[in-house]
Design a protein around this ligand. Structure first.
Ligand SMILES: *Cc1c(COP(=O)(O)O)cnc(C)c1O
Length: 373
């Protein structure tokens, strides 16, 4: 045996091979995904209704020959349907591996490593994770007490030199809606890109007249995120898209995305989902009706909610109701009803409750009735 092999000293490997920012960051913690079908799952904002048969039927027409070949690289069939749906051009659409990939692409494409993104808090906890992975800082700007955007938001963003600003609308986890007029003003006042994360926009009542897509023509710094995960009941599919000025979409489409970022199966199903949009629209209306009922019934227990335009409500649990939010979350979980609790500064007395089917919502209300007495 040579002396080199005989050494019982461990080799001199470094402690970690990770880049410094990766070693120092924390990963995203997703909401619980329990296996049991008996669980009433009101914790991760899925649409409670399954995608309709004509969409699922698409799967049956996928053949081995279709999968043998690479998929259309930019999902052009989907882009055309999405362009028709939103009355824009195909050039204004980039299909992505769900909304999360669009967020990563936006950071990769528009933010220098070492620069800053701005986030109106509270919001989506994936944003700081993506920023940390990129080596970018996060300027966290707190929303007002009523969760509206602060008046000096644009000033704070400009002062902080943020190259990308992320606004969830309707916001998560509050459900509150910022007007298009306010978004327009913001887009015009900030130096960088404004990403409007519309993951929940499908649940906004059409009577609100909310339509931020109209901004993209005159505002080449506005990027809108859409996903099929929530509104179209396809969280398991992983398909989303960005809408923006062609000049904003182009670098992501032609340079920074993976060469085949969406797979053939998801392209087919996503195209069918938009083609059969009226089915999904019926579920959005059903969710809105149940949202109104939940707000009324929770109120009757002394549990107040925000004015939500999404498929969830943020409910403030009085300290003397079932021991407060954190305890109520645990008690409901023991009863097989999952809701979301955030152990965070401004959210510690609140629960985010996804709107389920009428039966699921009634089960939650019945549990609350028992716990209230
Ligand atoms: C769900 C969600 C997304 C995107 O989710 P995907 O499943 O990756 O499409 C983006 N932003 C917010 C705020 C969300 O809640």
């Amino acid at each position: 045996m040579s002396s080199a092999q005989a050494s019982d000293q461990p080799p001199d490997y470094p402690m970690t091979y990770e880049r410094e920012n990766i070693a120092n960051m924390h990963g995203y913690i997703p909401g619980e995904q329990p296996d049991s079908p008996d669980i009433i799952k009101l914790n991760t904002n899925e649409n409670p209704y399954s995608a309709p048969d004509p969409v699922i039927e698409t799967l049956r027409h996928i053949t081995g020959e279709m999968l043998r070949k690479y998929p259309p690289p930019t999902a052009n069939d989907f882009r055309q349907v999405a362009a028709q749906t939103h009355e824009v051009a195909s050039d204004n659409i980039i299909p992505t591996n769900a909304g999360d990939e669009l967020l990563r692409l936006a950071i990769t494409t528009f933010v220098e490593p070492g620069a800053t993104i701005a986030v109106a808090e509270p919001s989506y906890s994936l944003y700081p994770v993506l920023a940390a992975a990129h080596g970018a800082g996060v300027l966290e700007i707190q929303r007002n007490d009523d969760w509206s955007l602060p008046r000096n938001l644009a000033q704070q963003i400009s002062d902080g030199g943020a190259q990308l600003t992320l606004i969830v609308n309707p916001n998560a986890p509050t459900g509150t809606l910022t007007s298009v007029a306010d978004l327009k003003e913001l887009a015009e006042a900030i130096p960088g890109v404004l990403l409007i994360d519309e993951a929940y926009v499908d649940f906004v009542d059409p009577d609100q007249g909310y339509d931020a897509i109209q901004l993209i023509g005159d505002h080449p710094n506005v990027l809108i995120l859409r996903t099929l995960s929530k509104g179209y009941s396809l969280a398991g599919l992983r398909f989303g898209y960005g809408i923006g000025h062609a000049d904003l979409i182009s670098p992501m489409l032609t340079k920074t995305r993976d060469s085949y970022n969406t797979d053939l199966v998801s392209q087919k199903i996503a195209t069918a989902a938009l083609t059969h949009r009226p089915f999904a629209q019926k579920t959005w209306e059903a969710v809105r009706q149940e949202r109104d009922r939940m707000v009324r019934e929770l109120h009757a227990f002394g549990i107040l909610t925000t004015d939500s335009h999404a498929n969830f409500v943020l409910a403030t649990i009085p300290g003397d109701f079932a021991g407060g939010a954190a305890n109520l979350y645990q008690t409901l979980k023991q009863r097989g009803i999952f809701v979301r609790y955030f152990d965070l500064d401004r959210l510690g007395d609140k629960l985010r409750i996804t709107i389920g089917t009428p039966d699921q919502n009634t089960a939650l209300l019945n549990a609350l009735k028992e716990l209230a007495t």
